[in-house]
Design a protein around this ligand. Structure first.
Ligand code: OSB
Ligand code: MG
Length: 370
């Protein structure tokens, strides 16, 4: 494809409720929407999920804007023609900055799927037309407040609960949840808040029949997770530590995890997500699921498409628009039906971006012409 235009829109959207993890709290969630347009006028959309500060990873909305503007755009201009699958070789001189890369790469996939006249999920080989929907719940001021929140999501139909944990908000909280909900599919996410010295403490979680414990140890660790994995019965799932397909290979060889949470933003987009899926599931027979970064309706479209892949064997952190925002920027918004979010039949991600809504949340915009 020959690109004609690339547009960036930095948006700041207020969450319906603050989202607290072991690394911090988000009320206003930033993101950068990416729109690409090819010579024939067709468009594609992606989302850069970098945060306000370098807490989940080193990237921020400011580093991502810089990397796109000063490195990725010139490289794309130099290449003239680019395909979604070839994007990473065009930008291979840039080390890391996967979130910046992913937003652009996703926009190219959406554009290609639209040109092919196919829903994105079919374009990437999905085997079902829906994402099974779980919900990720932040740390609350009290366990009672958390239990109320859980109750309301279960009533809405979410099929799995994930709760954030940190030292001081872990075993007792899970015990209270299990008293109320002995059989609900439940998992925890520590966002790297523990060390191997906490192994005995974390082993107390084994009695609560959790689906998995996500990223208990350091954000780039694989070695200690392998040891912890041998000491716990609860399966370990890696999030932060898997920054691309090669980390998945290392994690397999070391035995660091049984499950991978694939987030396209973290690994560089759709292509690297497919690679991880194909290695972890197709080659090694192990399960994956799709995680989220509180995406707007644009990034959500990419998550839904990935969640239709065959190796996705657990419910996903892909919830409906109204779990996050009062008003999403896409039409139709993403909705939950029977614990699922269906992939649209329209081509690409299958939703339209509503310009008047985008205007309300946009803080800066820039257009690059090729
Ligand atoms: O660790 O999975 C995580 C949100 C922001 C940063 C990290 C994480 C999360 C979530 C939310 O858990 C998942 C969602 O988008 O619903
Ligand atoms: Mg996580």
């Amino acid at each position: 494809m020959e690109l004609r235009k690339l547009e960036l829109v930095e948006v700041w959207m207020e969450l319906k409720a603050p989202f607290q993890t072991s690394f911090g709290e988000t009320r206003l969630r930033p993101g950068i929407l990416v729109r690409v347009e090819e010579r024939g006028g067709e468009e594609g959309w992606g989302e850069i999920v970098a945060g306000e500060g370098p807490w989940y990873s080193y990237e921020t909305v400011w580093t991502a804007w810089h990397v796109v503007q000063d490195y990725i755009v010139p490289m794309l201009a130099g290449a003239r023609e680019v395909e979604a699958r070839g994007f990473h070789s065009v930008v291979s001189r840039i080390r890391g900055h996967n979130m910046a890369k992913a937003g652009i790469e996703e926009a190219l996939w959406d554009l290609e799927a639209r040109l092919a006249g196919l829903p994105l999920y079919r374009y990437i080989g999905g085997v079902r037309d829906y994402a099974v929907s779980g919900v990720s719940i932040g740390i609350k001021r009290s366990v009672d407040e958390l239990l109320k929140t859980i109750e309301s999501y279960l009533t809405q139909g979410y099929v799995r609960i994930k709760v954030k944990i940190k030292p001081g908000w872990d075993v007792e909280v899970v015990a209270r949840i299990r008293e109320e909900h002995p059989d609900t599919p439940l998992q925890v996410d520590a966002n790297a808040a523990y060390t191997l010295e906490d192994a005995e403490h974390l082993a107390k979680l084994d009695q609560y029949n959790l689906l998995m414990i996500e990223q208990p140890l350091d954000h780039d660790d694989l070695v200690d997770h392998a040891e912890l994995s041998r000491r716990l019965r609860t399966p370990i799932c890696l999030d932060e530590s898997i920054k691309g397909p090669r980390d998945a290979v290392r994690a397999y060889k070391l035995g660091s995890a049984k499950i991978i949470n694939i987030k396209p933003g973290r690994v560089g987009g759709i292509g690297p997500s497919l690679h991880i899926h194909d290695y972890w599931y197709r080659a090694k027979g192990l399960p994956v699921w799709i995680g989220g970064m509180l995406e707007t309706g644009v990034g959500r479209g990419h998550l839904v498409a990935l969640a239709t892949l065959e190796g996705v064997k657990y419910p996903n952190d892909v919830s409906a628009s109204d779990r996050y925002y009062w008003e999403d920027i896409v039409e139709p918004p993403w909705t939950l039906r029977g614990g699922k979010i269906y992939a649209p039949k329209a081509s690409g991600i299958g939703v339209e971006i509503v310009e008047e809504r985008l205007k309300k949340v946009a803080k800066r915009r820039r257009t690059f012409l090729f």
